[in-house]
Design a protein around this ligand. Structure first.
Ligand code: FAD
Length: 291
């Protein structure tokens, strides 16, 4: 099943879930129980991240296969192309296919921080190169791509980044999943500008439920997204008054409000960055009332 067909067949807003492969195998059973618990959200699909440079490539494969064949949720494997060649990508797609997984999120990935590296030496320089490759080599695969409401940190201008997002769609990406953001206006403006360029694919907003001050700080450093000063101050105040529990409650209330506004404004569904935790996502869905 291609995810785009699932999206098209769905007449009401939905959740999709993002997980990362736990590093230690001994933690996999608990992780799969988390995924099982989140079936209560009736997710349209569950995506599994892929370590840049291929560090957790096999884990992504094994976990997506388990989510599909044991847990029974349609999976999407993230796939980065930095450092890869066509043969390696084709091999990975064939192994996914053999497990019944035929949806990928086509990503470039980040340059490795160590060793000699030059983008000029890469067979795949941009995610759009990977999209074109997969479209040609494996037309049975569903393809999504990443989008950045606040622009990708490496891009020179918003306009450039939007134009390159359109290149991914023109190459064959059927939908877009956004980077996390905290200001819903960024999402609506991103979608509006894409529509004005003739890009009509669904754009799934990525929502990160804030679980603690430390985790939000770490994630923002990693992904280059920004947090409105007012929200950050509110989280700090909550932390001063009531510690972790108060931050979590503030994060919960914020995510619920964000999701309601996104759905009211016409977002097709909500992509939840679960951080492999079920409790907060279940609580959010309960409060939003969408399942
Ligand atoms: P691209 O679309 O290739 O864009 C990268 C940069 O190049 C942008 O600045 C863009 O404007 C520019 N650009 C694009 N095309 C051109 C062109 N033709 N000429 C000049 N400039 C161009 N990383 C992982 O390692 N594993 C994951 O599982 C993972 N999952 C993610 C999931 C989501 C939803 C998101 C939003 C990001 C994810 N990432 C993941 C991070 C991603 O790999 C990084 O953000 C990476 O830096 C860019 O990837 P991309 O696919 O958006 O790249």
């Amino acid at each position: 099943l291609k995810i785009i067909d699932l999206i098209k067949a769905r007449s009401t807003p939905f959740y999709s879930l993002e997980f990362f492969p736990p590093k230690e195998r001994e933690n996999w059973p608990a992780f799969f129980r988390t995924v099982e618990r989140l079936k209560a959200l009736n997710p349209l699909f569950a995506s599994v991240t892929y370590g840049a440079g291929g560090s957790t490539q096999d884990n992504t494969l094994e976990i997506t296969a388990h989510i599909k064949n044991v847990i029974g949720i349609e999976p999407m494997a993230h796939l980065t192309c930095v450092g890869a060649d066509g043969a390696k990508i084709r091999d990975f797609l064939q192994r996914l296919r053999a497990e019944g997984v035929n949806n990928i999120l086509a990503l470039r990935g980040d340059a490795p921080r160590t060793g000699d590296f030059s983008w000029d030496d890469q067979e795949f320089k941009y995610a759009s190169d990977l999209v074109s490759f997969v479209r040609t080599c494996c037309p049975d695969f569903g393809i999504g791509a990443a989008g950045y409401p606040a622009a990708h940190p490496e891009s020179q201008t918003f306009r450039d980044d939007l134009a390159f997002t359109k290149v991914k769609v023109d190459a064959g990406s059927e939908f877009i999943v956004t980077q996390l953001f905290f200001d819903v206006r960024e999402y609506f403006s991103f979608v509006e500008q894409l529509r004005a360029m003739g890009v009509n694919t669904p754009v799934l907003p990525g929502i990160l439920p804030i679980q603690s001050l430390a985790s939000v700080r770490r994630i923002l450093t990693l992904c280059g997204a920004n947090i409105p000063g007012k929200l950050y101050l509110a989280l700090e105040e909550a932390n001063d008054k009531g510690g972790d529990a108060a931050v979590k409650e503030a994060g919960l209330a914020f995510a619920v409000d964000q999701i309601r506004r996104l759905i009211d404004g016409g977002a097709p569904g909500i992509h939840l960055y679960t951080l492999n935790k079920a409790g907060m996502c279940l609580e959010i869905a309960d409060r939003v009332g969408l399942k």
